[in-house]
Design a protein around this ligand. Structure first.
Ligand SMILES: [Zn+2]
Length: 87
């Protein structure tokens, strides 16, 4: 039985869980440092157009998403990561 919340939406507490939940890789591994010189690592947080992927895709928590964004921007400043697409 689904209980209705105060907003009238159906609570999903009794629904089956998603196949895999997103998690922040930094929190899980315990590392807190984003190396702006590690280009191959930073490119995992950048799409083909050179844009920083939002946290809803990467699964990062807000704290680590800010660190990733700062790292990518530093790498762009040093021309390690391109500002735009390569096409
Ligand atoms: Zn985190």
């Amino acid at each position: 039985m689904n209980k209705k919340t105060s907003r009238g939406r159906v609570s999903n507490a009794s629904l089956p869980k998603k196949a895999h939940d997103k998690y922040c890789g930094f929190c899980k591994s315990g590392s807190d440092y984003v190396d702006y010189k590690n280009v191959s690592f930073l490119l995992t947080f950048v799409n083909k157009q050179g844009k920083i992927l939002p946290a809803r895709y990467t699964g990062n928590c807000p704290k680590h998403q800010r660190k990733v964004a700062k790292g990518v921007k530093r790498a762009r400043e040093l021309h390690l990561v391109s500002h735009e697409s390569k096409f």
